[in-house]
Design a protein around this ligand. Structure first.
Ligand SMILES: Nc1nc2c(ncn2[C@@H]2O[C@H](COP(=O)(O)OP(=O)(O)OP(=O)(O)O)[C@@H](O)[C@H]2O)c(=O)[nH]1
Ligand SMILES: [Mg+2]
Length: 311
């Protein structure tokens, strides 16, 4: 059996591999810039700014980063461009870090929300696998009753991970599915209940109303459980992800973010924009479609992997 250290090492190389594209679109360009300039001047900062914006870091966050680097360069009288690399790493790590360390409490209910196609159902399947491997008891709820195949998709994950799925027939009230699932989780002393939700309804307003109703059912029926509202965002959608996050944060009170499909984009900078503009902790990242391709987010590891450095 692989030991914990080996698994951690495996996680990190998987993360590095998953960030191959992001590294090409971001870090490799920064490294070329440093090599080309050697000495820091205004043009250097202009080009760095452009690289950050092209990598989807967002205008506001790019300005914040570059302004601080300028200040530090002045203050510490840094001339050597190579020194910027570490300062940039430090600044990005600070933006990505959150106040507290995340520790899973039991019992917990995870309400997983987000627009259609971002990877909610896949993320739930991967989370079921992650927590089951940690020895936790897990249950999944098929709260997406809007789309015909949604419950079936979750059941496939159930078979793959050996985790049971609570579901009702298509078109039934999602809040009723969650009600059933909460009762089951309570009576079976389940550690973690993972609730899937629909990503598309007739209108955004309907979607938000449905999520609020589900939220209320969980609060009312299971007040002793720790509740996480995880917003899933697709990294390949760029600045759109920031706009979605603002909307969901306002409507349903997001407690954590899952950023999926980081393996599919050269614009990995979106993770920096989301954290900096929303100030909601990033909990997990998806770096592929396989069951092991979801990782708890560790800012230092992420930044080292993005820069192609070792831990
Ligand atoms: N490459 C890659 N693909 C992913 C990742 N996460 C999810 N996907 C893929 O994204 C697609 C959509 O995933 P779903 O889990 O069905 O998304 P959803 O949010 O549940 O979609 P709806 O239920 O239609 O709203 C699937 O093909 C997944 O395999 C990831 O981290 N990397
Ligand atoms: Mg789904």
């Amino acid at each position: 059996m692989e030991n914990k250290k080996d698994r951690k090492k495996g996680f990190f190389s998987r993360l590095k591999e998953g960030l191959d594209k992001a590294r090409q679109g971001f870090t490799e360009r920064v490294d070329e810039l440093i090599k080309y300039y050697r000495e820091i001047d205004d043009d250097f900062f202009d080009e760095l700014e452009e690289i950050l914006i092209t990598a989807d870091v967002g205008v506001n966050t790019t300005m914040e980063i570059v302004d601080e680097l300028r200040d530090q360069v002045k203050e510490k009288k840094i001339g050597d461009a190579e020194k910027i690399r570490n300062l940039l790493k430090e600044k990005i790590t600070t933006i990505l870090a959150s106040e507290e360390d995340y520790d899973i409490k039991t019992p917990s209910v995870f309400l997983v929300v987000g627009v259609n196609g971002v990877g909610k159902t896949t993320t739930i399947g991967k989370l079921a696998n992650l927590y089951k491997n940690q020895g936790k008891s897990v249950l999944m709820a098929a709260g997406d009753t809007f789309r015909a195949a949604a419950a079936d998709q979750l059941k496939i994950w159930g078979e793959r991970t050996g985790v049971q799925v609570i579901s009702q027939k298509e078109g039934s009230d999602p809040a009723a599915v969650i009600f059933d699932a909460v009762q089951a989780a309570r009576s079976r002393n389940i550690d973690i209940l993972l609730c899937d939700t629909a990503g598309r309804l007739h209108s955004k307003k309907n979607l938000m109303m449905e999520l609020e109703k589900i939220n209320r059912v969980i609060d009312r029926e299971y007040p002793e459980a720790h509740k996480e509202v995880l917003l899933v965002l697709d990294a390949t959608t760029g600045q759109n992800a920031v706009a979605q996050a603002k909307l969901f944060k306002e409507a349903v009170g997001v407690t954590g973010i899952v950023l999926t499909k980081l393996d599919g984009t050269a614009k990995g900078g979106i993770i920096i924009a989301v954290k900096s503009e929303l100030d909601v902790p990033i909990r997990f990242i998806g770096v592929g479609e396989q069951v092991n391709d979801l990782q708890p987010f560790v800012p230092e590891d992420f930044v080292n992997a993005l820069f192609g450095d070792d831990k």
